[in-house]
Structures are given as C-alpha cells and as structure tokens.
Design a binder for this molecule. Sequence first.
Ligand code: M6R
Length: 612
Amino acid sequence: MCGIFAYTGKSGKDAGKVLLQGLVSLEYRGYDSAGIFTPESGSIKTPGAVAELKKKVPKKFNGKSGIAHLRWATHGEPTKVNAHPHSDCQGEIWIVHNGIIENFKELKDKLTKAGHTFVSESDTEVFAHLVEEKLKKAKSAKGGFEKAAVAALKEIRGTYGMAIQYKGEPEKLIAARMGSPIVLGVGKHERFIASDASPILPHTKKVIFLEDGEVAVITPDTHTVYKLEGSRVSRKPEEIEWTAQQAQKGGYEHFMLKEIMEGAEVIENTLRGRLIPEKGLAKLGGLEGVAKQLAKIDRIIIVACGTAYYAGLVGEYMLEEHAGIPVEVELGSEFRYRKPVINEKTVVLAISQSGETLDTLEAVREGKRRGALTLGIVNTVGSTIARETDAGVYNHAGPEIGVASTKAFVSQLVALTLLTVFLGRQRGMQPSEGKKIARELKALPAKAQKIFKGKGAIEKLARKYSEARDFLFIGRKYNYPVAFEGALKLKEISYIHAEGCGAGEMKHGPLAMIDEKFPTMALAPSDSVYEKVFSAIQQIKARKGPVVAIATEGNKEIGKVADDVLYVPETLEMLMPILSVIPLQLFAYYFARNKGYNVDRPRNLAKSVTVE
Ligand code: M6R
C-alpha cells in the first residue's frame, strides 16, 4: 500500500502546499519515503515520512499542478532514489503509483535495449519510460500524451492506482486504476486524484470513485472517465460526508476493523506472482539466491514474538507435514538467551510484521553468530530484520496501523504456505499436491469475503457475551495456535482474561475453571481432529460452560451441542487457520469496541517493540 495525491487547479492555490498538506492525511498508507513534483519546481524526494519531506521542500517550491507520493516499499529499499515520483529519461513524464507492476522485469529489459536508462530498482520507473517510448510514436498526433499513457497501461500487468503528469501539458493529469483505489475530487476550477478521499475533503466533498480498468483525464475545469479499451464512462460525482479521518479508515470506525476486512486483498497480494498453479510450484524471488542451500538444510528454527509466533506455530505443522523438514518454533526472547545447537544445515527463520522487534532481531543475530542461514518473513521492506537476514519473503500486506496484528497474521500464514510448497517441492512433494495447495490458496480470498459478509452475526455474538470476564479458546493441530492467537487478540484490546489451550489439554487442568460464567470459543472445523475437539466441547458443556464453535459450513451436528456456531467455508486442513482466525479477530474487535475502548491503541502496548 502506498498513498498518491495529485492536484491541478486555477483557483489560486499553490500546488506545493496543497500536495504537502494532503500527504499528511495519507500517511497511514506508507511512511518509508515521500516525494513531490510540480512542473514549475521539479521534484524532491526523501526517505522517511512527510515530516522529512517538509524539511526538504523550500518555501519557494510551488506550482499550479503536481503529483505527490508516500511509499510503502515493495520493490527496492526505501531509499531516496527508489522514492516516487519516478520519471522517464528526459524528466518529462512523472508518475506516482500504488501497486505492483508484475511484468516490470521483462519491460525493463526491453526498454533498456531500446536505449532507456534506469536509475532506481522500482517497478514504477518502468512505466515512466514506457510512456516515454509510446509518446515518441504518438507525439505528432493530437492527444499524444493520453494515447501514450493508455497504450502503456495496456502493456503492464499487475495492480495500480496511478497519477501521471507530462511537462508538455502541465495542467492535465491522468489517473488509472487496477486493483488499487483511486478517487477523483471535483472542485471549483480544481481537480484532484488520490488513493482515498482524505486529502481531497478539505477542498471539496464531490468525488468520483474510479473502478478497475478505468482511466481518468483531469484538467482544472474538466474530468473525463473512460474504460481502458476506449468507451466513455458517465459517472456523476457523489457527495461524501466523511471526515478526513474517517476517509483514512475507508469509512471504518477503526484501523483494526479496516485491516481485518482487508484480509482477502492481503491474501491476493501475498500470493501475487508467486504461484505457478499448473506446475504446483511456488516461485519466491527472495529465496532464489539461496535455493541450492535450502535444498540441503535439515532443520528450521522459527523465531518470532506475539502474533508472529503463533503464525510460526502453524508454519511448524505445515512444514513438517508437507515439506518433511523438522521445525521448532521459539519466542525470540527465549531463543536469544539459550545455547541452541545450530549448524550450517540449520535455517533460522524470523517472522515479523514490523521487522524491528528487538527480541526477534537478536534471535536472528544469535542464529547468524552460530552459523545458521537466516531467513525472514517480513512485512516492512528495508526494516532491520529484512536487511540483516540472508534472504526472505516479503508479505506485501501493506502498513498495519492497529496495534493488534490482524492482516499481518493472515499474510504470514500465506507466506508460510508458499514456503512449504517451495521447500516441499525440493523434497519430493508431488506436483499433484503442490497443485492442490495452489488451487486452494487461490480460492481463499473469495472464502474470506464470505466470512466478512457474516460479520453482523459476530457483532451480535460479541454483545451477547459482553459480560464475560474470562474466555477460553481451544483448538487442536492446525487450529491449536489459532486458539492462542484468538485469546491474544481478545486480551490485548479488551483487557479481559483470555486463555488459549490445546483442546486435548482441557482435562489436564483448564477444565477445572469451567462453569456457566466461563465461555469457550472452540475451533472445530471438519478436519482430521474434529472428533477430538467435539468431545472436548461435550466435556465443557457437561460442566455448563457456554460454547461458541467455529465450524465448517454444512456441519449440522455441532449446533446441537454448542450454544452458538460461526461457520467458515471448507478448505484444506493446513489452510484453515487463514479462515478460522477471521471470526476470532472480528469477535475481539466488536467485544472491545462495545466496551468503548480505543481498539487501535490499547493501553500499555506499542505497535513495534524495539526494546527488551
Ligand atoms: O512486528 P512483529 O510482527 O515482530 O511484532 C510481534 C509482536 O509484537 C506483535 O505480533 C504483537 O504481539 C501484536 N500486538 C499482537 O497483536
């Protein structure tokens, strides 16, 4: 996720100021690097957030139009040179982009052969050169810039929300959308393009939401929307009543809810370009350099904290069952003070959303000191863990603002599945099995959407149990770690006692706590351990404990025993945690929200724990 903002006007406003002010409200979308361009003053780019950019922009930086960007890095480190806007060879065409151009490597090779010079590692820069190339051919014809931009858009694959500016026609801006949001703002003698309505709202409440495959051309007094293949779209501006802050959250009350609801998109983003379904293979570019070494490793130690640790536990089940590699999962805070036995055939795999968690980082350093190959599954490009590990897989989940980790967990599980297929296929996993997993992975976004549709029922349930002071979460096998994650979500934002427990462990102690005031959330999908979990539910019911079951669609039996049932669609046993965690995230969210707590910033906690 990145944030883009563009302005063209003849209302007397200074584009430089409008753009900088707008970037502030988009900051939640990315804060790795920022940049701005106006045809009159040129471009300024910097690593870091808007505050850094503001320091670098001189007072006399101005203009009548321009484009600006906040980056959440995907391709290339968050450096000045990789920051947007990107331009062509001549500095005539300027682009800001949110998304990923999947075929950028082949385009880059082609354009390099045609004489173009690239200065960054960014996929976006390719697009500026592609428009330049097309413009060479179209320049004489009327509407050359537009034609060139459209021709270039037709050649790229991937996702984009873009704004394009050409110095030759400085009043005109082109926007395009495919998979990443674009909002047009329609003001008096001024027009805007943005990733969401928040930077537009101080200027106008009239907006047009572009749809995938649409292109818009704006000037201060006009806007035209058409489909990439050419037909005109007539869409009247709508008035929005959101505040700028609501717009940042996409209309949701909290970032946490927005981030949970992004789950389906996050699955797609983590998978994008990384599966070869017809061959049952996973293609992980970040591991190519160590692929030979990985074929020889005989043990993986996963190190992580909090939610990432629970993702690691699911990974342990996947990797051992489907890739045949022994795996241990350790809390970073424990691993760093032990004397672990490690050799050159050991991989230390760090999982971290922020890439800055000190205990996980120190565990990586300890692994390195002891001669292990270190890998990372990290969401934040250019973070310390990403830089210090030997190789890795980025999540591409976009920035997570809510302190409670939600979409990152979903994405970590998807990345671990890809890793399982990658390592499994090196070790005799049959192509048919790889294909089956790939097929099911691809089906997950639609299945996640189905769960989101039922969020009203989860909200109701959270109200029903609002008086509970304790909550037990039970699960077994793949859903054992999910039980702990569900408990963590509830306790960290609602401040009640919540505990995870293996369903098979109930009679070894926790069953003693159960009475009519102590509810249990039981993860009971129809998998290889369903009967066992079902029996644990019966034991709880025999002690009058209320039970909410998370079950697979079509299971009629469970409703006769459990007090409430939340259904999730069927999937492979190993992939079920990606779906079963969603109702738990939503339950925790509604439970805490009903208590009036600040769910995005729970007391005593920080988003990234960079101290011991
Ligand atoms: O940034 P990381 O993934 O390394 O963070 C690890 C934990 O601090 C984090 O998951 C924490 O437990 C969350 N608050 C859980 O929601």
